[in-house]
Design a protein around this ligand. Structure first.
Ligand code: BG6
Length: 311
């Protein structure tokens, strides 16, 4: 790991020139993003790049020259402290959705994380680490000392995101965690999700009733909001209009959420355009259906790798 300068969204930040550290191959800069919030910009020598806000350790951009932008971000999104960004890859922790007493999807996505490290790996990949620890505010909501780490590794056509949770306290805690990824697609009517046939799911639109998926390709013609329980580790998002597919490979993240808000819910969301449901689909990986539990000193981690290919 290369020595790094500690930066937090609350503290001072500025442009960091990594040229000297990384040579000509890759760069990480921290610059001012939307709403004045700091963001890290990762550039791979192939031309692919990613942007990650310290607010939420929120990945808002992943661009590959051959494929364009992979992630959807709403034009109506807030970029403000205490509000989540609509799109990209929000991190849900320690609660998913409204399944407990915390704010929807937990507090990680609205917290200021620290930039904890950066690295160029032997294969030329660019890696960046973010960290969130308990503070007065989190302890007032959730009384457990914890450390949550996010590592993003950018390669030519792959982005790998690893989450780690450590219990720093004296008592056990339970948590849910997810990467709530919004994919940019050409048209929801020409998009499908493959790999979930015969998987049991809980349907949020039927008060959590359980069903078994019968389709090899999940297509969209209405709102869908489902947690696929203990899903296979490999699923795909097929975007026929763009002739591209995203391959999602997860480890130690048992569940997959498939979500599209369709028309009525889009209209209800203040930070989302009425027609934007046409250009996005969420396929989320995480520990959702059954919370994970950590005893004092114990550690959990889970990874999701996203890769693009044509089809
Ligand atoms: C999904 C949930 O993961 O997130 C949906 O399954 C929810 O029910 C969606 O509407 C967006 O949540 P939020 O809090 O970002 O509006």
């Amino acid at each position: 790991m290369i020595a790094y300068q500690r930066i937090s969204a609350k503290g001072a930040f500025g442009m960091i020139d990594c040229q000297n550290e990384f040579g000509a191959g890759g760069l990480i800069d921290v610059v001012t993003g939307k709403g004045g919030l700091p963001k890290a910009v990762l550039r791979h020598s192939s031309g692919s790049c990613a942007e990650i806000y310290l607010h939420g350790a929120h990945i808002t951009k992943w661009y590959i020259p051959k494929f364009g932008d992979v992630l959807f971000v709403s034009k109506e999104s807030f970029f403000e402290p205490n509000k989540p960004i609509r799109g990209g890859i929000p991190v849900c922790f320690p609660q998913f959705g409204s399944s407990g007493p915390l704010p929807q999807h937990g507090f990680a996505r609205t917290s200021d994380w620290e930039l904890a490290g950066r690295d160029r790996l032997e294969n030329g990949a660019i890696a960046i680490d973010f960290r969130l620890k308990d503070d007065e505010e989190t302890l007032s909501l959730w009384p457990f000392p914890f450390c949550l780490d996010l590592r993003a590794v950018l390669e030519e056509e792959t982005l790998t995101v690893t989450l780690g949770v450590r219990n720093r306290g004296q008592q056990a805690f339970k948590f849910q965690v997810a990467l709530h990824t919004y994919f940019s697609i050409s048209d929801i009517h020409q998009t499908s999700v493959a790999g979930l046939r015969e998987v049991r799911y809980s349907d949020a639109l039927s008060e959590g009733a359980l069903f078994t998926e019968s389709a090899s390709l999940i297509r969209f013609d209405r709102e869908i909001d489902r947690v696929y329980i203990e899903a296979p580790d490999k699923v795909e998002v097929l975007d026929e209009g763009n002739h591209r597919k995203v391959m999602i490979a997860k480890q130690n993240m048992p569940d997959i959420v498939v979500w599209n808000p369709w028309t009525a819910k889009s209209q209800r969301m203040v930070d989302f355009g009425d027609d934007e449901y046409l250009q996005m689909v969420c396929v989320e990986t995480g520990v959702i259906a059954r919370s994970a539990e950590l005893n004092p000193g114990e550690h959990w981690n889970g990874t999701t790798a996203f890769s693009l290919t044509t089809f």
